[in-house]
Design a protein around this ligand. Structure first.
Ligand SMILES: *Cc1c(COP(=O)(O)O)cnc(C)c1O
Length: 385
């Protein structure tokens, strides 16, 4: 029996046709279409989302500052903070939500705060209006500029009370690898309504990124083919077996517990094939989100009388990058579902301040208890019901 993977890139002949259209350079088109789709005037592509974040800190001249970020987030975000010469200031999750606690966020702002990374985890929007007010009054109090970056890697197009969250703050970043809602094979994006930021970023990219060797285009194509095979349900059982035995770490593991580093190609220019595939994916976005919401609704409904598993209430504005729940014994659930031929994921199975390279940002052993708890109890369901 085939195994249903926890996620799977949504490619058909259109992506393949685009991938093989080697003569096309769609980078500018992709950047513009992406920005427009998610509510901003300007877009600029980087090789990773983390590279885009790093570039923002650099062009805004944020150095040796505290950057507020969730404790419970993808570790590449604090990596970008540290590698840009700043310090992360972690904020725990709000109980009953996966996003940052508002009171803790507010009390974390000091005269040394350079920026806040507002992560809308798993597609759930934070209250961007409340954060906007908070930041404005802190800016007055400390007479400094505090930059706000929306991390939309899980929440492309997420809205809060009907308005896209990308309308708030100074810029929004996106990760676009194959595990995201839509992808450009690899890649990251930054969008903004500020022309000055866009121009500075463009200049930064011209001066600080290298052109990738032409073989990289081919490598991306091969990667796209390999992953498409790997995610076919008939092969996926084997892939999952190899993954569980750590044979695929070279391809799947994106962090080390004890090192803060970027991948070697973090400052390469984006690849043409990525922009071409990204453009096709962009056109599928609405349909993909519609399907995800349907699937999330059904999954939540299915478990509504089961007290062993906790979901957040269905949220019609959430983009459901992952359909997550909390369970007491995660391993039991995973094994039981594998027998039913469905793979459960353990998305973000760490709290960043618990990682070896970040423990010194913690004051007490027991800081960030909610993030720690979530990291041990979270599971996510496949996006097909
Ligand atoms: C994927 C992701 C990013 C960006 O990741 P890159 O691999 O650098 O593109 C940023 N934040 C979150 C929460 C993510 O999941």
């Amino acid at each position: 029996m085939p195994l249903i993977p926890r996620f799977k890139p949504n490619y058909n002949w259109k992506e393949w046709f685009a991938a093989f259209s080697f003569w096309r350079n769609d980078l500018n088109l992709y950047e513009n279409e992406f920005a427009q789709k998610f509510g901003c005037l300007h877009g600029l592509m980087f090789s990773y989302g983390r590279s885009a974040l790093y570039a923002l800190f650099k062009v805004w001249n944020i150095v040796d500052k505290e950057i507020i970020t969730p404790a419970y987030t993808c570790v590449v975000v604090p990596h970008a903070i540290v590698l840009s010469g700043n310090q992360p200031k972690f904020v725990d999750c709000e109980k009953g939500s996966f996003n940052m606690d508002y009171d803790q966020l507010e009390s974390s702002i000091t005269a040394r705060t350079g920026a806040i990374v507002v992560t809308h985890l798993f597609g759930y929007a934070m209250d961007v209006k409340r954060i906007d007010d908070m930041v404005k009054s802190a800016e007055k109090k400390f007479s400094t500029k505090i930059y706000v970056i929306q991390d939309l890697a899980h929440s492309y197009g997420t809205s809060f009370q009907g308005e896209m969250v990308s309308q708030y703050g100074d810029a929004s970043i996106f990760g676009c690898n194959i595990s995201k809602i839509i992808n450009s094979i690899f890649g990251g994006m930054v969008i903004t309504n500020e022309s000055s930021t866009h121009l500075l970023l463009k200049k930064f990219r011209e001066q600080n990124t290298q052109k990738a060797p032409w073989t990289k285009e081919l490598k991306r194509l091969i990667y796209m083919m390999a992953t498409s095979f790997a995610f076919q349900p008939i092969f996926y059982g084997l892939v999952n077996y190899l993954e569980r035995r750590n044979f695929l770490d070279r391809f799947t593991k994106y962090y080390n517990d004890d090192t803060i580093e970027f991948p070697v190609d973090w400052n390469e220019l984006p690849k043409k094939i990525e922009a071409r595939v990204g453009r096709i994916q962009l056109m599928k976005y609405d349909k993909i989100i519609e399907n995800r919401r349907k699937c999330a609704k059904k999954t939540i409904e299915y478990f509504k009388d089961n007290s062993d598993i906790k979901f957040l209430e269905y949220d019609h504005e959430c983009t459901y990058s992952h359909i997550v729940a909390l369970v007491e014994n995660r391993d039991e659930w995973i094994v039981a579902y594998r027998k039913k031929r469905k793979q459960l994921g353990t998305i973000i199975d760490y709290s960043v301040p618990e990682m070896k390279s970040y423990t010194h940002y913690k004051k007490n052993l027991d800081d960030f208890p909610v993030a720690k708890k979530y990291s041990k109890h979270i599971i996510n369901f496949p996006i097909v019901f």
